[in-house]
Design a protein around this ligand. Structure first.
Ligand code: AP5
Length: 211
């Protein structure tokens, strides 16, 4: 069974890779960012997200555990954006142990801050179907219009320079520590995120072949 985690700073390319990984290996893609955004402007989450801060651990753990209990996760899952703190990682391990499961691999996408700021500033998303584009690296065929469904593309509220800086700082202070946590478990795969999306996926699939 493949239980994967996609890990890395904001804008590293987790969501981009998640689409290919989940399709290639038939895994349910669980993005905590998407789950929170689907809750729209829920007063419980929105203030944290728009400020670039993390939603409290207990809220997010409960949401993920509830989702992981659903039958479609029994054949494997791909977590994207979770865990993000040591406490989240420990709670995930506790839950998986109870279920007689474990994390098979953590793909840590390493991307430089300057590139991240460029990618996030250029990201455009589709509010209707969730499509994601980039004005520099992955432009839509028609400017401002989603290739997939024709809706107008928007910029995510947290993709502005101040919030991007805050998200990067939160990653450094609260999330980066997990590299060590998973490295000690021998399940961390360091992936060069500075390459094209295709080359990034190649590194992930090479690792999976060797597992
Ligand atoms: P979340 O939605 O998870 O955001 P994030 O981690 O900041 O990651 P992003 O979605 O911004 O980036 P990504 O790595 O997926 O990059 P993408 O593939 O889109 O979280 C948002 C907020 O929700 C958090 O700030 C927090 O408030 C809350 N939250 C979520 N999870 C939480 C948790 N566990 N605990 C507490 N709070 C939580 O790529 C970015 C751009 O670059 C795109 O335009 C893409 O086209 C382009 N791109 C991608 N790959 C490449 C490449 N290789 N080359 C060139 N361009 C590329």
């Amino acid at each position: 069974m493949k239980n994967f985690i996609l890990f890395g700073p904001p804008g590293a390319g987790k969501g981009t890779q998640a689409k290919t990984i989940s399709k290639t290996y038939g895994l349910v893609h669980l993005s905590t960012g998407d789950m929170l955004r689907e809750a729209k402007d829920d007063p419980m989450f929105a203030p944290y997200m728009s400020a670039g801060k993390l939603v409290p651990d207990n809220v997010i753990v409960e949401m993920v555990v509830k989702r992981l209990k659903k039958p479609d996760c029994s054949e494997g899952f791909l977590l994207d954006g979770f865990p993000r703190t040591l406490s989240q990682a420990q709670e995930l391990d506790k839950f998986l142990t109870k279920e007689n499961k474990k994390v098979s691999a953590v793909f840590c996408i390493l991307t430089e801050n300057e590139e991240i700021v460029k990618r996030l500033s250029g990201r455009r998303v589709c509010p209707a179907c969730g499509g994601s584009f980039n004005i520099d690296s992955m432009p839509p065929k028609k400017e401002g219009i989603c290739d997939l469904c024709g809706a107008n593309l928007i910029q995510r509220k947290d993709d502005n320079p101040d919030t991007i800086r805050e998200r990067l700082s939160v990653y450094d202070k609260q999330t980066k520590v997990l590299i060590d946590y998973y490295e000690k478990q021998g399940i961390l795969a360091k992936i060069d995120g500075m390459l094209t999306p295709e080359k990034v996926f190649e590194q992930i699939s090479d690792y999976v072949k060797k597992m």
